[in-house]
Design a protein. Structure first.
Length: 179
């Protein structure tokens, strides 16, 4: 893996493709065990989760469904602050076992909004699976049930994650170069 430049920023190799694949193997085994008889509905958060969603689902030999949503953020009234809306959730999730798929959980602000929106529709259960978690940055109480890889508080790209649109297609994970 060589260094890459995306727009004006330089990134260095951090985790190889095999290491990422190995971590997803372990996560998938846990999900398969926990959801064997539940026909879960996976809800991937676009755009970043497409890679993780695909890699996870091809490892699952249990009955399951998948759909994708987008999160649109806009500023509401002063009291409500930033409001987030889930776009594209056409499935009925009432009574379903839902597993949200994220590329990365950083501060957790995004996942909090997603969980609120999903719980309004009364699924039987909602869990979160994320390819990456930054434990030093995460400040919320909601448990992140399945995490493939924990990483330090650095900006990363690759395996679905982007810098201003670029880098999602890079195999493995790259981190912002220090020099
Ligand atoms: P929060 O802070 O809401 O952030 O948990 C989640 C969203 O922020 C983006 N994000 C990143 N994107 N490299 C990226 O390419 C990163 O290191 C990174 N950290 C956060 C991402 O869109 C995620 O869904
Ligand atoms: Mg994202």
């Amino acid at each position: 893996m060589a260094n890459v430049t995306l727009h004006d920023m330089h990134f260095e190799p951090y985790l190889g493709e095999a290491e990422v694949a190995h971590a997803i193997d372990a996560l998938a085994a846990n999900v398969a065990k926990d959801y064997a008889n539940k026909t879960p509905l996976f809800v991937g958060v676009l755009n970043g989760s497409y890679f993780f969603a695909s890699e996870l689902l091809k490892r699952l030999d249990i009955p399951c469904e998948i759909t994708f949503v987008k999160v649109a953020s806009y500023h509401g009234t002063v009291s409500s602050g930033t409001v987030s809306q889930l776009i594209g959730l056409n499935e009925r999730i009432a009574g379903r076992h839902v597993v949200v798929l994220e590329d990365i959980v950083d501060t957790g602000n995004t996942i909090v909004h997603i969980m609120e929106a999903l719980r309004e529709q009364q699924p039987a259960t909602v869990a979160i699976a994320s390819l990456l978690l930054k434990p030093e940055a995460y400040k919320k109480d909601i448990p992140i049930d399945y995490v493939a890889l924990e990483i330090p508080n650095v900006f990363v790209v690759g395996s679905g994650l982007d810098h201003d649109g670029l880098g999602r297609n890079l195999p493995g994970i790259y981190r912002l170069a220090t020099a």
